[in-house]
Design a protein around this ligand. Structure first.
Ligand code: TXA
Ligand code: MG
Length: 380
């Protein structure tokens, strides 16, 4: 489908006035009008920015794929602003079994983590367009906690399908400016809700199978989910998970090149990393330093995770600070922005350090190893 060129504009919203209904209605009205006209809009969420459109209208959702250059077999997450919006999206036969054990599991998970960075798979109602589910029998639904996503859904009056608002394959956007960089000329309105609080995408949870499986690690950790769902397991390509068809990628989106800056990412990793990112970074420093010294004529950008292991910048070598103290939540929050910033320097290579695959580190490592094309360099 051909893409019409439009003037892209950012809607700035005063954070101090998020709870003033009249002000928000007025501020968001151009974006809501565009959504009603089946046009996709850049929407802030607490995870990453989304490219939102009316989830119940095929022609609106189709625009998302066109704008992003997204493969059409990759389903979209539907965003709602309250559990009452589930009807119309979820199979009514399933919704009617509210006293079943299965429903109780859903209810407990929703009560614990919604609104928030958790996408839950439900059996889909037949009204959900095929372009949303990519023909799957399930639909991924999320109730975001960002006040502006809630306000947009509420004012539009319909659920919003929204993938991350990057061009397909690029790191997800965590500021309105990132969205503008990727999609200028392709969408008219981007709502600016500041920097995303989590910075990585939501956790995608398949609750339709037993045991429940994390298909994509994200804002809610395995440990947090275990408190409500003791049997939940993390999908891992190397681990057999009971009840999961191994021939099928965890989520259809996982098989595509992702989060990738233009420059190759070299990921330095320990074989047995510690939970402490500072300790890992200290252990990796000799190998990183040796690499940098061995490539004096390469342009190298390194993402650093603590102040203890920083190196002197020199011609052709510079560092982008993710965090001074190894805090995993801060690394997660800054990672995509740092990959974009690194890319803007047009380096020959970007160096990153692996974290432990635990807590927030599970999502960080999932994104980092994809950005690095799965190539890990192990150093003990
Ligand atoms: O935090 C997020 O989830 C962000 C914000 C905007 O909400 N959205 C996001 O969407 O990351 P996207 O499209 O970039 O990633 C959605 C992931 C894909 O890997 C997709 O394959 C998977 O969720 N997914 C969606 N519906 C699914 C389904 N019914 N079954 C399995 N996987 C599904
Ligand atoms: Mg995405």
């Amino acid at each position: 489908m051909s893409q019409k060129v439009v003037l892209s504009r950012i809607i700035s919203v005063d954070r101090a006035r998020y709870n003033e209904t009249e002000y928000l209605t007025e501020a968001l009205s151009p974006a809501v009008e565009a959504l009603r006209a089946n046009q996709p809009v850049g929407m802030p969420t607490e995870t990453v920015y989304g490219l939102a459109a009316n989830a119940l209208k095929s022609e609106a959702v189709q625009q998302i794929y066109t704008v992003k250059n997204r493969p059409s077999d990759n389903p979209l997450i539907v965003h709602i602003c309250g559990a009452e919006m589930l009807s119309g999206l979820v199979d009514p036969a399933f919704l009617s079994q509210r006293d079943s054990q299965v429903w109780r599991r859903y209810q407990n998970v929703m009560d614990a983590f919604w609104p928030g960075p958790l996408t839950i798979l439900f059996p889909a109602a037949k009204e959900v367009p095929v372009v949303v589910t990519a023909g799957l029998k399930t639909v991924g639904i999320r109730f975001p906690s960002h006040p502006l996503s809630q306000a947009l859904i509420h004012q539009a009056g319909f659920p919003l399908a929204a993938p991350s608002a990057n061009l397909s394959g690029r790191p997800s956007p965590t500021t309105a400016h990132h969205v503008l960089t990727d999609l200028h000329g392709r969408i008219e309105w981007i709502v600016d809700g500041g920097s995303c609080a989590f910075g990585l995408e939501s956790t995608v949870l398949d609750l339709t199978i037993s045991p429940p499986v994390i298909l994509r690690p994200g804002g809610i950790t395995l440990q947090q989910l275990r408190q409500v769902l003791p049997d939940v397991v993390a999908h891992h390509k190397d681990n057999k998970v009971d009840g999961v068809d191994e021939s099928r990628p965890a989520t259809p989106g996982m098989k595509y090149k992702h989060y990738a800056p233009s420059a190759p990412v070299l990921l330095f990793a320990r074989r047995s990393p510690s939970l402490d990112a500072v300790e890992n970074s200290k252990a990796l420093l000799p190998a990183i330093k040796a690499y940098v010294d061995a490539h004096p004529s390469s342009a190298i950008v390194r993402l650093t995770v603590c102040k203890q292991t920083r190196l002197e910048p020199r011609e052709g070598y510079r560092e982008i600070v993710l965090t001074e103290d190894g805090d995993l939540a801060t690394i997660a929050q800054r990672l995509f922005g740092a990959l974009r910033e690194a890319d803007e320097q047009h380096p020959d290579v970007i160096i990153a350090e692996a974290t432990v695959e635990d807590a927030e580190g599970m999502a960080i490592m999932n994104r980092l190893s994809k950005a690095a094309g799965e190539v890990l360099h192990y150093f003990d």
